[in-house]
Design a protein around this ligand. Structure first.
Ligand code: EPZ
Length: 417
């Protein structure tokens, strides 16, 4: 079966180690293509999206092997094969291959990367940014082609601090002749990790973590060893799970320094958080959180990837809470499933919902339709009375190594079936 069963009503207690960051690992795996050398990426999360990227790298001729919870990648002899379209479509992260492969091979044939239920995920900004670096795109019924006679630096002003576009410009910019600056760059920790990795490989990138990044292109790159930081979204998921179920948990390796906005919201909802370089200790003091407004925003604002999880917790809120989703245009698919459990949520428009708190969720059959919505249904199951069956666990395993194992370690009554 493809489902997870949760028996609600049990508080959480104990310690759980947080896995490596999915959204930092994927662009770094793409970046290994640029070195033509061997790299070892430690603390890689064992999740479906990483397995897909592993498959894409192998399709391109890389040698890729798991070694002590990390990936060893040799990219000395690659050729731009026709990558299997289903592999490309199956994940959004293949879009990073645009910047990496155009930098390495000068041409690439890509299927349109798969979108998902949270939005159509266009790549118009990726294309316009790479065109400024000397890439020409053309398309036909079979797909999208990119080619360049040679990348050159440029000053690129982004219309929005897109994470993926910033990453693609960095991946192409390190291979371009001359200097590239990105104005209005994304500031997410995943960008900083990618730039740190590339600088370890011999690149020269400055300004990461700010909205203005400077790249000195054309420097020779070599392999390196690099260890992924813990996943701030997985850490946030378990932090809100503790608030939802009640109890006290230690989130080992949680990157507290990347989670200020998340911790602020958790404390507004009544949690007590103690942060240290080793992780985050969270204690849920109040059964009924109190929050009357939440808005997602680009980093360092509240992350869109935790919006659905907080929506689940807010069903027990004292009073009403307006939730605004400012990054994606269709990230409220979970509302329908929470309503099946007895939640009182009104969809105002594509970007706003009003959660009327005070609900006591009832366990029932619900369906995960995408990664973070699936995780949010697990959190709802922890809060609910009775047993909740969540179909579509494959979506959850795209980003969580083993959510059942992790939450069992905290005392939850949860099984994968
Ligand atoms: C990354 O997606 C993450 N994925 C997402 O995490 C995350 O939600 C998102 O950044 C925002 O933080 C990975 O890192 C693999 P964007 P990305 O470009 O790069 C629009 C998860 O659950 N847009 O910052 O695709 C886009 O449609 C995933 O781990 C265009 O219009 O996000 C969206 O509305 C979900 N045209 C907005 O920008 C473009 O060319 C922000 O997207 C590109 C993006």
């Amino acid at each position: 079966m493809d489902s997870i069963q949760v028996q609600g009503g049990t508080g959480l207690q104990g310690t759980v180690r947080i896995q490596g960051s999915k959204n930092a690992t994927l662009p770094i795996l793409a970046a290994t293509l640029l070195t033509g050398d061997e790299s070892y990426i430690g603390n890689c999360p064992r999740i479906t999206d990483v397995y897909h990227m592993e498959n894409l790298l192998r399709c391109l001729g890389c040698k890729v092997n798991w070694e002590n919870h990390g990936l060893r990648i040799q990219s000395s002899s690659i050729c731009e094969n026709d990558m299997p379209a289903e592999a490309i479509k199956s994940m959004r992260s293949s879009v990073f291959l645009l910047g990496a492969l155009i930098g390495r091979c000068g041409r690439i044939t890509l299927d349109y990367p798969g979108g998902c239920v949270i939005g159509e995920r266009p790549i118009n900004w990726h294309m316009s940014a790479l065109e400024q670096l000397g890439v020409r795109f053309y398309q036909d019924a079979c797909g999208l082609y990119a080619v360049t006679e040679g990348l050159h630096g440029a000053c690129i002003k982004l219309p929005f601090p897109s994470v993926g576009v910033t990453e693609n410009v960095i991946l192409a910019g390190v291979m371009a002749r001359g200097q590239t600056c990105i104005v209005g760059a994304a500031r997410e920790p995943e960008i900083t990790s990618l730039c740190d990795f590339l600088n370890c490989c011999g690149a020269r990138i400055e300004g990461m973590g700010t909205d203005c990044i400077h790249i000195w292109g054309g420097r020779p790159l070599h392999g390196t060893r690099y260890r992924m930081e813990a996943d701030r979204i997985v850490a946030g998921t378990y932090l809100f799970a503790c608030i939802a179920a009640g109890g006290s948990c230690f989130l080992e390796e949680a990157p507290a320094h990347q989670m200020a906005a998340v911790i602020h919201v958790a404390e507004q909802m009544g949690a007590w958080c103690d942060i240290s370089p080793k992780g985050i200790f969270v204690q849920a003091l109040k059964k009924h959180p109190v929050l009357n407004h939440l808005s997602t925003a680009p980093y360092p604002g509240f992350p869109t990837d935790l919006q659905s999880v907080v929506l689940s917790v807010l069903t027990a809120n004292e009073g009403e809470c307006l939730v605004e989703e400012r990054i994606f245009e269709n990230r409220f698919r979970i509302v329908e499933e929470l309503q099946k459990m007895g939640a009182s949520i009104q969809i105002l428009d594509r970007h706003r919902v009003l959660v009327k708190g005070g609900s006591i969720l009832q366990g029932t059959h619900v369906e995960a339709k995408e990664l973070r919505g699936g995780a949010a249904l697990v959190v709802a199951g922890l809060m609910a009375e009775g047993n909740t069956v969540i179909e579509g666990k494959k979506y959850i395993y795209r980003g969580y190594e083993n959510i059942c194992r992790d939450l069992q370690e905290l005392g939850a009554r949860i099984v994968s079936v």
